[in-house]
Design a protein around this ligand. Sequence first.
Ligand SMILES: *Cc1c(COP(=O)(O)O)cnc(C)c1O
Length: 338
Amino acid sequence: MSPKIDFDKLSFSIMPGETMFISKCKPDGVWDQGAYLPYGDIPISPAAGVLNYGQGLFEGLKALQTKEGKVVLFRPAENAIRMGEGAHRICIPAYPADKFVEVIRELVRRNIEFVPPYGKGSLYIRPCLWGTGPVLGVSPAPEFTFMVYVSPVGPYFKTGFKPIKLEITREFHRAAPKGTGGVKSIGNYAGAMLPAKTTKAKGFNECIYLDAREDKYIEEVGAANFFCVKGKTVITPRLGSILPGITRKSVMQIAQDVMGMKVVEKNVSVEEAFDADEAFCSGTAAVISPIGSITCEGLEKVYNNFEVGPVTRELYDHLTRIQLCEEADRFGWIVPVV
Ligand SMILES: *Cc1c(COP(=O)(O)O)cnc(C)c1O
């Protein structure tokens, strides 16, 4: 164990690992072999495409330590594929998916001292894909950088698995139809800071966005996907301008194939969400976050008296147990690092 880190005091903040990975390519799309370097600042042109026009993408995944001391990744190839799709949308050559997974495995090995012990959190892995060459006009940069760094983070629920309070914002939208909401493009995120700040000032944990076309259907929760449960059916907004979460996809498969529930992707109106028995949101950081209440224009819907609903609990248990190798990896989601 590293003497430098107090694993009992981790939060979700940057505490960089020792080693990062950097690779570059030109517009021909041929990535160089890359290098593992000490974590540190990088030189960058003031005219870099990423700085001036937001030509950049990010990803996020976690390495977890199991009870037996193995270190594993959860569906890393899905991050590689999603980043490839995002790269196409913002005109960056994709980083090859097989190399992406190998780089991450090797990087985790090189930062193994930074992986928190079982139950104390995880090693958050942040791949970036940026246009780093100089440009003046709005066009793809002449050079691109793929970079990965890591940071240990604490468990998301420090005080236990506690339902959150959300507000539907009627003031802001996150993403436009046919825009970039469906990819992890860096330009999508600064615009979410004021909505989050506004809603937190009113005492909510996060805001829920409605769709920008009809201003009627639930899109997602900050940077997590939305779900609700009605009877034996798990309901989630259909893809389009929402981010296709890997946790979302996994929750849908567990609900259907492990729990035998019906899973429906559709337009979810505020009325339908208010009529549901349970609601939760999903993402790599939060895994599954139970929703205790949703407020819309002063009207508050409380779920389960602010207790965690049984379906939410069961989905959380299956997902986290699969991620920690405590339940059979029936879908082949686990990739060992060491
Ligand atoms: C990353 C992200 C998610 C969650 O995706 P996961 O793959 O489950 O981590 C949901 N919404 C937004 C806007 C995101 O950026």
